[in-house]
Design a protein around this ligand. Structure first.
Ligand SMILES: [Zn+2]
Length: 210
């Protein structure tokens, strides 16, 4: 983007009554997080299409955790994956106006680690570091999430299970055969309202580059 274009976008943002920022996977690529549909290792074709569903999780939870979750999301657990300049710049930008939300498709938690104001973040696809019972609609524990599960037995086929009902635990992320309304954590209604109310929508990075 040329400087003149950036200046024009800046003017729109400053003049807008409300701005909503929509973030995709491309923002985290410079941090070392592979996007599903880009790069030399096509996660999309090899893993997501076949494994990224609730149906597959329920059919074979041990294989789902090992093959799909750890296979496609291993980057998220590396110590050297850190927020980049884009995350930090966006955090500073939205901190100037507490009315402006960021709707992110990313589950990597890098916005929060960049100091993003928590109340302005809508993690529409969930979080990789929160876990829920896969039977939450029927579970006596409800849809509450925990921040840790024991994956040490995966190689032996032992999956993390809900302490209340025994169903498999799962990451609090939206799967490809689920609806945004499937769990309140996805904040589907809030995202829709923010999009309806916005006078300017900023897509980061531009859709054509992610
Ligand atoms: Zn349960």
């Amino acid at each position: 983007m040329m400087d003149a274009d950036l200046e024009r976008v800046g003017r729109w943002i400053r003049a807008a009554s409300s701005v909503v920022y929509v973030v995709g996977a491309g923002l985290s690529v410079p941090s070392g997080v592979r996007a599903y549909r880009s790069g030399s290792q096509p996660i999309w074709a090899e893993l997501v299409v076949e494994w990224g569903t609730r149906e597959k999780l329920e059919a074979d939870p041990a294989a789902w955790w090992k093959t799909f979750w750890l296979g496609a999301h291993g980057d998220l657990f590396r110590d050297d994956v850190m927020p980049n300049r884009g995350h930090r710049a966006l955090a500073r930008l939205v901190a100037r106006d507490p009315r402006d939300p960021v709707i992110t498709q990313n589950v990597d938690g890098l916005h929060r680690r960049a100091g993003h104001p928590e109340g302005q973040l809508v993690e529409i696809h969930g979080r990789h570091d929160r876990f829920v019972c896969s039977a939450y609609a029927r579970c006596p524990g409800g849809d509450g999430a925990v921040d840790r599960v024991d994956l040490s037995g995966l190689d032996a086929g032992v999956i993390p299970r809900c302490a209340r009902c025994g169903a498999p635990m799962r990451p609090l992320v939206l799967l490809f055969d689920e609806l945004y309304e499937s769990h309140p954590a996805f904040q589907a209604r809030r995202a829709r309202r923010a999009l309806d109310d916005a006078s300017v929508l900023v897509s980061l990075p531009p859709a054509t580059s992610s």
